[in-house]
Design a protein around this ligand. Structure first.
Ligand SMILES: C[S@@+](CC[C@H](N)C(=O)[O-])C[C@H]1O[C@@H](n2cnc3c(N)ncnc32)[C@H](O)[C@@H]1O
Length: 265
């Protein structure tokens, strides 16, 4: 049984990560913009993910569930779950014996996650898999419950990064793990230069063509990635938020990175 939160958390004490950037330079990550953007592209989101990443995003989620695998029977939470791929991957990785919850605040993304769930042919002995509408900055769960709290390509989109990080830590059980999969930039110039060119010039055009939306989601993608901390910088922010044993593993030349941290026992 997963306990709901007793009361809302305080959002006032936390600041944005990239304080060096002035507000006018910062990409708009207001909740309403993010919800509208993902709401508009939800129907094409999975197709574009596979297409634009060449299917590598599936491998990155596979690495996540294998490097941060389920252990024991406590539930797992996947925040910013979107169309639910990581929640589903965790549910199956745990042989459907551990309850998994996916949360997101964009209803059309969750609607697709729920469609996928219906296709899973669950049987009565399976543990529950639920998709719940919730803001990652104010999760509707009591503290200290989840063995794993994960987020894939979602942390960068949360308006207040630190608040997202502290909420994930709050609901994790003591000793529990937090797995964060996020875009980063390759360290090797030979890879980084053509990749950044593709990311800034080709990807937004294909994205906008295939998933027409007023929020320019595929221009937002390179902008938000270029402004978001990665590598040791993000590890340090996680530590400042109270995470321990933080590790960072660059994936596919550093195009994405997997960060794993623990909640102190
Ligand atoms: C790029 S998608 C990632 C979806 C999925 N995790 C995946 O790996 O494909 C980012 C998701 O984060 C969600 N999101 C962003 N900010 C959020 C917030 N504050 N609370 C809940 N969901 C949020 C968006 O609605 C969107 O579905």
């Amino acid at each position: 049984m997963i306990a709901p939160a007793a009361e809302a958390s305080d959002s006032t004490a936390i600041t944005r990560p990239s304080e060096a950037n002035s507000p006018e330079e910062m990409v708009d990550k207001s909740g309403s913009r993010i919800q509208q953007m993902f709401g508009e592209i939800a129907g094409r989101y999975d197709l574009l993910n596979r297409l634009l990443s060449g299917g590598v995003d599936v491998y990155w989620r596979w690495v996540t569930i294998n490097r941060c695998p389920p252990q024991g029977n406590d539930p797992i939470l996947d925040t910013c779950t979107g169309t639910g791929d990581l929640a589903l991957a965790y549910w199956n990785k745990a042989n459907r014996k551990v309850p998994v919850i996916g949360t997101d605040f964009t209803f059309p993304m969750l609607a697709i996650a729920r469609q996928k769930q219906l296709k899973q042919k669950a049987n009565p002995t399976n543990a529950s898999l639920d998709f719940i509408e919730a803001d990652s900055q104010q999760l509707p769960f009591a503290a200290n419950q989840f063995q794993i709290v994960s987020v894939a390509f979602g942390l960068r989109n949360i308006t207040n990064t630190q608040l997202g990080l502290t909420e994930m830590l709050r609901v994790a059980k003591p000793g529990g793990k937090i797995a964060i999969l996020e875009f980063s930039l390759p360290g090797l110039a030979l890879i980084r230069v053509p990749y950044v060119w593709y990311f800034k010039n080709v990807l937004p055009r294909i994205g906008q063509l295939l998933a027409r939306n007023r929020q320019m989601a595929y221009e937002y993608l390179p902008q938000s990635v270029s402004q978001f901390p990665y590598g040791e910088e993000l590890c340090q922010i996680m530590r400042e938020c109270g995470y321990v044993d933080v590790t960072c593993t660059p994936l596919t030349f550093g195009i994405a990175s997997l960060y794993i941290g623990s909640k102190p026992k």
